[in-house]
Each structure stands twice: as structure tokens, then as C-alpha cells.
Design a protein. Structure first.
Lengths: 299, 558
């Protein structure tokens, strides 16, 4: 009797074990399906105007944080460079690393960090090197890409002096009732480029007033600027963190292609202060080849 | 969080109601044991070495375990408090609470556990739930576990639960079954055979609700909600000889760790060892391919791991030899390790009066070979099978290699000496995630001598020297420790980065520490500077930031 019970029990366990084998889902190719943000019905592609003058634009990423005392000075430096170079310089303030961590209580509870910003910071090792630090077109990777604010001006001029291989155009359409943003980016290849190219599109916001630590009297009150205006803050990526592929090594480029991104704007962001920033980079060297920005609400 | 408190309150209430009604039955003969540890650090900023200013000035990690056993019944809980977590530990631990509690009972055949539990199937390649306080690592499972031994030599286990994620639970459900069969106990009950064979197998499946994950061009991934993994293992032994092996395979499991590829994962571990009096040798080999297995697809940190991939490298204890520890690469690695231990007999020329112990160890880890899929130029493209990889092929460069030799000799009743040499190759770009940095090649020498002054007093002197042209260059460390057994010890040490290529960064890291032990209570106090680095246990690592200040550790058990 005892043996029969044992056999039954063992059979039961064996059967339940076998049934567990069904607890896995084998996925067959294709592993992807069309996503909503690719939806050109919701975001019909507009006509792009013809380009008359080709321009090289450079991306300056300022890695910063609200408890970083030397960062306001660096932000002013970036702002001055923007005044000098106008639309040829695209700014991105990436809040990431130790100094960007929000505190549980007190003044610095806002979390300005973003998934993309955190991933870039880890990959490029900027937080580890300390803030403020930045990258100009991500040139110099892997050994020499981290540029201190003192080196920004020279690096920007050097980068601007090279010829553009790619042209970027951007048209944004915004529907305030749905908070729907349609961002269209046209990538035009000036010549055939044999590189693995990726396009990253992100959203930034300016005019955010929040406390910032500071130790430079010329940049504001010390040790704290209570109503500091945070500009060009990286909010979120419209593409994935490392972007969409727009060119493959070993395959001929089309003359141009258009990428469309649909994005619902977060309720906390002020649309009138938001800008879309796009840049194309070489996936092997990480160097940014061209950048562009345009406001969410275009005139 | 709230549910944890509710349960804790309920558990206490039930416990006390038992106390009043069935006090005789359940508490008689019961035993309570436990332990406590507190680590606190007072921080002082030191911008030169990169020690940040800490707003709270002081931070603390502490925990207490309580365990109640009574015959076949046991129950336990652990209180943890991080106010706030020590630098280098995940900030998400901030707070206090009871993240671990369980009740368990057993009879001859069954053992049932509800609440939280730790478990390991085989070598852990498909399931290992464990805790490592030095890393701030805890992937305990909350749910139910049943262990069943229907016959001698047979152990079956089944479990289901979710995993700890700081003060919350991860989103995935883990289900597992494991069987272990000691064939000699089943078929050779009299024990006639000298050769022993044990076989085992496991199956683990995780469930996580579907979500939207975008790849290139905004396409959505077609995700599996359930992912299964299985493993088979054996252990063969005869006298001093033993051979172990385990093979594990995992179904399509796109995750942010593997960049959302759909290739099956697999891992093979083989280990042979032989030991006899005065001699031991062990050889092991491992291949890991796409075997990160977490109960959340988008998790990238040291959390929510369902499995554990054993590290085939020696874990070093001296500070400079542990400066470049290996962190396992779950996306792919080929590893080999061999170690020989030999004792030169006493009474011989080299053995002297007490004998001489020699240990030689070598390990090497390389990437796996990855070939792009036909029709593709790149590997690891999200939303594809990723790559093809020949099973026995080693990748081109080494992530890590370590040759080390250690000789220990006792000269007389009062003096013993350890001398050690290490030669390391360490791909810091991959292991520590600092892209672009040059591969570190280091030679390390260690001399450690202990001299007994009296029956109770001893002086230990350590000299460590690390030579490298890469990373931060050469390091030197001296340590002197005075012990007054069994209660006191005092240590003074200095690490000096005299060879830093940046002359302004040639810092000293001096520390002073003292410890007092009484019974099962131990208090230690350390004052000084700590260099930035990484600490690894079993190939799982965390960063340790530079710090400066006073550290207090108190441990106690009863």
C-alpha cells in the first residue's frame, strides 16, 4: 500500500515537472513587429525644403549635476560658446552620475537624470572622471574623449573646421490637445559613407528653475543658487539609448532617408521650452558626424 | 513594503497567541539564536583621492538575524537597516525593515518552507539564490519551497516565488524543480562499489508579463513571457579522484544584458580533482554563452539574478593581489583553471622541521568567438539571433589571466613566513567597464611573516608590491599587526601609489585599526583612507569609492 502511494506520488511529481517544460515560450523569427512610434499614419511625413547651404553642426555634451559646485561655471561657458557659434553648436546638458543623484529630502529632490543619460555616462565613464566634464562630438573615444570645460572652446572650433559628410534636417509638429509630438528627421548623405551609422534623437527642456550648488561667485550666489535656471536638460530619448541604424558598413547608402518619431510629451514638461536634438554618429568610433536641433513648437 | 510589515505583525501575533495557548507544545525545548552586525563610517571629504563630501557625515549598514528552532520546526527573520547605505552600496537600500522571514517544518520525507529562502540547484548555473553582504547582494526568493526525499539517495526539490529587489519584489515569478540521485545509495545499499556516481537535473522557468520594448526604427520586440532553462549534472568519485560536470541551456531570453538577442544560452562546467596526502590537484574548464538569467528583462545591475555563473579564478586575500579581481562576463567567456597544492615533507632539506606548503595556480579567461549571422555584418543586433559561436573556440584576446605561486614555511615554533608571486593580465576596459583603457599587466610580490613574541603576543609584518606600467602604475603596501590574543589586535598600514603616471596623484593611503574580541562579540575601529577600487566575491563585483574617515564594525552572536 505504502509503495503504491509512493509510486503515485512520484508519478504526480514527474507529471508536474513535465508540465513545467511547457512554461517556456519559443519565439520564431521574425523577432520584431512594427511598433507604434514608426506609425507614419499618425505622423504623416511632410515635404522637406531643399538645402541651399551645407553646414557642419557640432554637439557639445555637458555632463552635470545639481549638487556639483563647479557646474554653473561650466554651463555659463557652454552658453557663451553657443552665443559665439549660434546654430552651429548644439548643447545637451546630461545630468548623470553622483552629483545628479536626487537626495531623499531637502533641496535636491528633483531627479533630472534620464535612462539614456545614465547609460552614456556609464559607457563614456564621465561621472567617474568627475563633473563638470563633457564631450565634443564624442571625439577622441576611447582614450581622449572626456574634455574638461577649459578644453571645450578649442575642441568645438576644431570640430567645426571639418567638412560635413552628412546633412540633417528636422521638422517637428506638435499637437497640444494630445501632447503629441511628431519629429521627422531627414538624413542626407553627401557622399557614400562606408560606416555603421546610428541616429539618436532626444528631447531637451530649458528654463527649469530648481536649486543648484555653486562655489563660483561670478556664476551666482554661493554655496547655493536657489532659483537656478537649468537649460538644455536631456529629458528622454525618442530613439533607444544608442539610436536607430541609418547606415551599414559594406552596403551603399541611399541618397537620403527620413526617420519619423511619434512621442507623447510628459505632462511635466513645458512644450514651449522643449527642443528636439538629433545626431548621427559612427558606431565604431562613437564620433558624432552631424547634429541638429529644433524646438518642439516651431514658428 | 507595507505587506512586509503586515506579515511581520501577523507573524508576531500568531507567535504570541501560540505562546499563550500552546506554550507547552511549541515553545518547550525551543532554541533561539541570532547574530548582529553593524558597520558605520564617518566620512571626511578628500578631493585629492576622490572622496566625496557626504551630507550626512556618517552612514551605516546593519542587520540582525533571529532564528528559532524547535525539533522539526524552525522560523527566522532578518532585520536590516541602511541609514543611509555606506558609500559603494546601492542607494536603493536606504531605509530599515524586515526583508527576510520564513517558517519551515520537516518530517522524514518532507521539508516545507514558506516565506523567504535561499536555494541552489547543482552548481547554480540555472538557479542560485544567495546573499553576500560584502557586495550588498541578495536575491532571496519569497514564496514556497518543498524538499522531498522519497527514498534513500533521492532528493527532489520544487519552488516558486518572486525575488528580492531592495525593499520590493521583482516583477518576475521564478519556478524551479530539481532532482538529485545518488546512484550508490539507490542501487548499492551495502556500499560494495568504490566508485560513487551521483546524477542530477533541474528545470527553471521564469514568467514576466509582456511589455513593450522598442528596437531600431521603433519596431517592437516579440517577447517571450515565459523563459525556461534546464541543466544536467554528474559527479563521479573514486578515492581521492573526483570528476564533476554540468551543462545548462536557456531558451530565447532577450534582455538588456544581451542586447535583446534571441539566441539560446548555454554553459558547460567541468572539473576534475585529485588529492592524496600532501598533494592536491584540480583542473576546471568552463564555457558560458549568453547565460545571464534575470527575473526582469530590463535589469542590468547586480540584482534579480536567477542563476549564478561560477568564477574560475582564484580569489586573492591580500589587498594588492586583490586589486584587479575578475568579474565574470555572463554574455560569454571561456575559462580554464588549474591548481596544484604540494607539501614538502618535514624532515627534508626544503621541508625543514615543519614542512613547506606550495600552491601554484593558473587561470585564463577569454571571450567566446562570435561570428555574424549569414546575411549580417554585425553581431549582437537586437531582435535577431545575435551571432553564431563555435562551442570550443576561444576568443582572440584574454579578459584575464593569473599565474600565482604561494610558498608557506614555518621555520621554528615562533616564526612562519609566506611568500607569494602573481602575474596578472586584466582587461580593465571590459571588466570594469572603462572603455579605451589599456590592458593591465601586473606583477605582484607579497611577503608575510608572523613572529610569536610570547604565548599570547605576535607581530605580523606584510610587504606587498605591485608593478605595472598601466592604470595607476606601481603600488607598495606595508602592514604591521600586533596581536594580543585572544582579545586585542592593532594594525598600522600604508598603501602608496608611488608609480602613478600622474605625479600629482601619487597618494598615500594610511590606515590605523584596532580590534577587541570578547566571546562572540567583536568590535573593530579603523581610521584612514581607502582607495577607489572594486571588490568581487565569486566573480560578482561592486565598486568601492574612495573614502576617508573612521569605520566602526561591531559583530555579535548568541
Amino acid at each position: 500500500m505504502k509503495n503504491i502511494f509512493k509510486t503515485l506520488l512520484l508519478t504526480g511529481i514527474l507529471l508536474s515537472g513535465l508540465s513545467l517544460f511547457h512554461s517556456c515560450d519559443k519565439i520564431d523569427e521574425p523577432f520584431t513587429k512594427k511598433g507604434e512610434s514608426q506609425d507614419t499614419t499618425a505622423c504623416p511625413v511632410p515635404e522637406f525644403p531643399a538645402v541651399t547651404t551645407l553646414k557642419k553642426r557640432v554637439l557639445l555634451e555637458d555632463y552635470t549635476g545639481h549638487t556639483c559646485v563647479n557646474c554653473p561655471k561650466a554651463a555659463i561657458l557652454a552658453h557663451n560658446l553657443k552665443e559665439t557659434h549660434g546654430d552651429k553648436l548644439v548643447l545637451l546638458a546630461v545630468h548623470a552620475g553622483y552629483f545628479a543623484e536626487p537626495t531623499a529630502g531637502g533641496l535636491f529632490t528633483t531627479d533630472f537624470r534620464s535612462e539614456a543619460g545614465n547609460a552614456w555616462d556609464t559607457f563614456f565613464g564621465i561621472g567617474n572622471a568627475g563633473n563638470p566634464n563633457g564631450m565634443v562630438n564624442r571625439i577622441g573615444f576611447p582614450g581622449n574623449h572626456i574634455k574638461s570645460p577649459a578644453a571645450w572652446s578649442g575642441a568645438v572650433s576644431d570640430a567645426l573646421a571639418t567638412d560635413p559628410l552628412i546633412d540633417l534636417q528636422m521638422i517637428n509638429e506638435y499637437d497640444d490637445t494630445e501632447r503629441k509630438l511628431c519629429s521627422h528627421i531627414k538624413v542626407r548623405f553627401i557622399s557614400s559613407i562606408d560606416k555603421n551609422l546610428k541616429l539618436i534623437v532626444v528631447l531637451t527642456e530649458s528654463g527649469i528653475v530648481a536649486p543648484q550648488k555653486n562655489n563660483d561667485p561670478a556664476s551666482g550666489t554661493t554655496p547655493l543658487i536657489e532659483n537656478y535656471e537649468h537649460n538644455h536638460v536631456l529629458r528622454t530619448a525618442l530613439t533607444t539609448t544608442w539610436g536607430s541604424t541609418v547606415g551599414f558598413k559594406g552596403s551603399a547608402n541611399p541618397e537620403s532617408l527620413v526617420k519619423t518619431y511619434k512621442h507623447i510629451l510628459n505632462q511635466n514638461y513645458k512644450a514651449e521650452n522643449c527642443t528636439v536634438v538629433a545626431f548621427v554618429y559612427d558606431d565604431d568610433t562613437k564620433e558624432v558626424l552631424q547634429a541638429i536641433e529644433a524646438d518642439v513648437i516651431q514658428p | 513594503m507595507k505587506t512586509i510589515y503586515r506579515f511581520a505583525v501577523a507573524a508576531v501575533a500568531v507567535f504570541f497567541s501560540f505562546h499563550s495557548t500552546y506554550a507547552q507544545g511549541i515553545l518547550e525545548g525551543g532554541r533561539v539564536s541570532g547574530n548582529f552586525q553593524l558597520d558605520a563610517q564617518v566620512y571626511r571629504a578628500d578631493s585629492a583621492i576622490g572622496a566625496f563630501e557626504v551630507e550626512e557625515k556618517m552612514r551605516m549598514n546593519s542587520f540582525a538575524n533571529l532564528l528559532y528552532t524547535n525539533g522539526n520546526f524552525s522560523a527566522g527573520m532578518r532585520f536590516e537597516s541602511y541609514l543611509n547605505p555606506l558609500l559603494g552600496f546601492d542607494e536603493r537600500y536606504k531605509g530599515s525593515g524586515v526583508p527576510y522571514w520564513f517558517g519551515s517544518w520537516r518530517n522524514e520525507q518532507f521539508e516545507i518552507t514558506v516565506g523567504h529562502f535561499y536555494e541552489q540547484f547543482g552548481s547554480g548555473m540555472v538557479l542560485r539564490s544567495y546573499e553576500e553582504r560584502n557586495l550588498g547582494y541578495d536575491n532571496t526568493i519569497r514564496g514556497a519551497k518543498v524538499k522531498f526525499s522519497p527514498a534513500q539517495g533521492v532528493v527532489l526539490k520544487g519552488l516558486i516565488g518572486t525575488q528580492r529587489f531592495f525593499w520590493e519584489q521583482g516583477p518576475g515569478i521564478v519556478r524551479g524543480l530539481d532532482g538529485d540521485f545518488a546512484l550508490n545509495d539507490i542501487f548499492d545499499k551495502e556500499g560494495k562499489l568504490k566508485t560513487r556516481l551521483t546524477i542530477g537535473g533541474s528545470f527553471v522557468s521564469k514568467y514576466q508579463p509582456l511589455e513593450e520594448i522598442l528596437v531600431e526604427n521603433g519596431d517592437l520586440l516579440v517577447l517571450p513571457a515565459n523563459v525556461g532553462a534546464w541543466a544536467a549534472r554528474f559527479n563521479l568519485s573514486n578515492g581521492g579522484f573526483s570528476l564533476d560536470g554540468e551543462y545548462a541551456n536557456k531558451m530565447n531570453d532577450p534582455s538588456s544584458i544581451n542586447n535583446y538577442i534571441y539566441k539560446n544560452g548555454e554553459s558547460l562546467l567541468l572539473q576534475a580533482s585529485y588529492s592524496t596526502r600532501g598533494f592536491g590537484a584540480i583542473v576546471s574548464a568552463k564555457r558560458t554563452d549568453n547565460m545571464s538569467f534575470k527575473s526582469k528583462r530590463t535589469e542590468t545591475g547586480n540584482t534579480l539574478d536567477i542563476n549564478y555563473l561560477p568564477a574560475l579564478t582564484r580569489q586573492h586575500a591580500y589587498s594588492l593581489s586583490a586589486m584587479y579581481p575578475y568579474a565574470r562576463q555572463p554574455n560569454g567567456e571561456m575559462a580554464l583553471q588549474g591548481q596544484i597544492n604540494y607539501k614538502i615533507k618535514k624532515g627534508t632539506l626544503l621541508g625543514g622541521k615543519y614542512g613547506t606548503d606550495i600552491a601554484v595556480n593558473y587561470s585564463r579567461v577569454t571571450p567566446i568567438k562570435k561570428n555574424a549571422l549569414s546575411g549580417d555584418t554585425l553581431t549582437d543586433v537586437a531582435g535577431t539571433l545575435g551571432y553564431e559561436s563555435p562551442f570550443f573556440a576561444f576568443g582572440d584576446s584574454a579578459y584575464f589571466s593569473d599565474f600565482n605561486i604561494e610558498v608557506q614555511h614555518k621555520f621554528n615554533k615562533n616564526f612562519k613566513l609566506l611568500v607569494s608571486y602573481l602575474n596578472l593580465t586584466y582587461d580593465i576596459a571590459v571588466i570594469e567597464g572603462h572603455p579605451g583603457e589599456e590592458v593591465v599587466k601586473a606583477n605582484i610580490f607579497i611577503v608575510d611573516g608572523t613572529y610569536k613574541l610570547t604565548e599570547k603576543q605576535a607581530i605580523k609584518v606584510e610587504y606587498q608590491h605591485l608593478f605595472t606600467k598601466q592604470d595607476e602604475g606601481e603600488w607598495l603596501q606595508f602592514l604591521v599587526e600586533y596581536t594580543f590574543a585572544p582579545k586585542w589586535y592593532f594594525t598600522i598600514s600604508d598603501q602608496y601609489n608611488y608609480g602613478n603616471p600622474d605625479k600629482d596623484r601619487r597618494f598615500h593611503y594610511p590606515t590605523l585599526s584596532a580590534g577587541y574580541t570578547r566571546g562572540s562579540n567583536r568590535l573593530s575601529v579603523t581610521y584612514g583612507k581607502q582607495r577607489e577600487g572594486i571588490v568581487c566575491v565569486g566573480g560578482v563585483c561592486r565598486n568601492v569609492p574612495a573614502s576617508n574617515g573612521l569605520t566602526i564594525t561591531l559583530t555579535s552572536s548568541f
